[in-house]
Design a binder for this molecule. Structure first.
Ligand code: PGA
Length: 248
């Protein structure tokens, strides 16, 4: 983590949780002292409403590429905003695999989020076979290129990137701090070739089996600016401990 970038820790509940958990989490965080760090919670859509956004920022886990209309089952950027969201996860690997979201579709969702004033958390990361083949830098570059081609580098001033190696998500197999740093530095360097100032201010989160016990070491890497936390964000005290690890 570098001093000029404010750490961000985001909890992604995926399709888990309850209204009770939402209340419990807010109670836990209300009592905590978390200055100089941004905390974001991304519960399933039905639990968004009623979240106190003075306790933590709120984000959707997905959004439609459309603004309104005949798209059954979809949720628009405006709808997310209307219930207090300021962020939205875009292109999570589970969306990419379960819902066949292509790099181009992900890019169009990033564009809509930006247009509607939401901060997209753009998720990128390689599966195990791509890691093993050694071609993960090219793979991640292609994921970034689709967004760059559609919105341009300047918009990355309003985007957060999350590097989540698919082989580390929910597996208990965390990337080593060195592996995370290597990819984070690659992402920042890749964008710095286009605009060094935007790249130096960009927050890049690490996600994949982050827990309170490994958070501090991951977050202390120079290009790791916080985390995107799945399973461990379902335990309010554990999630708080991860947030405290990002505080420095
Ligand atoms: P995990 O999930 O922390 O359970 O590995 C991370 C994510 O998918 O965002």
């Amino acid at each position: 983590m570098q001093n000029n970038r404010r750490p961000l820790v985001a909890g992604n509940w995926k399709m888990n949780g309850s209204l009770e958990l939402a209340a419990e989490l807010q109670q836990t965080f209300q009592q905590a002292s978390l200055q100089n760090i941004d905390v974001l919670v991304c519960p399933p859509f039905p639990y968004l409403q009623g979240f106190d956004v003075s306790v933590s920022a709120l984000g959707g886990q997905n959004l439609s590429q459309y603004n309104s209309g005949a798209h059954t089952g979809e949720v628009s950027a405006q709808m997310l905003k209307s219930v207090g969201c300021s962020y939205v996860l875009v292109g999570h690997s589970e969306r990419r695999s379960d819902n066949a979201e292509s790099n181009e579709l992900v890019a169009s969702k990033v564009k809509v989020a930006l247009e509607q004033g939401l901060t997209p958390v753009l998720c990128v990361g390689e599966a195990e076979d791509i890691r093993d083949s050694g071609e993960f830098f090219d793979f991640i570059a292609a994921q970034l290129d689709a967004v760059l081609n559609l919105v341009g580098i300047a918009e990355f001033a309003h985007i957060v990137v999350a590097y989540e190696p698919v082989w580390a998500i929910g597996t208990g197999k965390t990337a080593s701090p060195e592996q995370a740093q290597e990819v984070h530095a690659f992402i920042r360097g890749y964008l710095a070739n286009l605009d060094s100032e935007v790249a130096s201010k960009l927050r890049i989160l690490y996600g994949g089996s982050v827990k309170a016990v490994n958070a501090k070491e991951l977050f202390s890497q120079p290009d790791v600016d916080g985390g995107l936390i799945g399973g461990a964000s379902l335990d309010p005290q554990e999630f708080l401990n991860i947030c405290l690890a990002a505080k420095g």
